[in-house]
Design a protein around this ligand. Structure first.
Ligand SMILES: [Zn+2]
Length: 53
């Protein structure tokens, strides 16, 4: 395979991997943050004897 073409494919693959990893990281962190906020509000409701479920 041509050295330049091989390098271009490698750079493109690295960019795709970085993009996918970045999106996955943002999604996981965002989800964990939302869960933490939800649990905090949930605990507060129960601490105040607020019927939520
Ligand atoms: Zn509850």
């Amino acid at each position: 395979m041509d050295q330049a073409a091989s390098g271009a494919v490698g750079t493109r693959a690295a960019a795709v991997v970085t993009l996918v990893f970045g999106c996955a990281l943002v999604f996981v962190v965002g989800f964990a943050h939302a869960t933490t906020l939800h649990n905090a509000g949930h605990d507060t409701r129960h601490a105040m004897a607020f019927p939520c479920h």
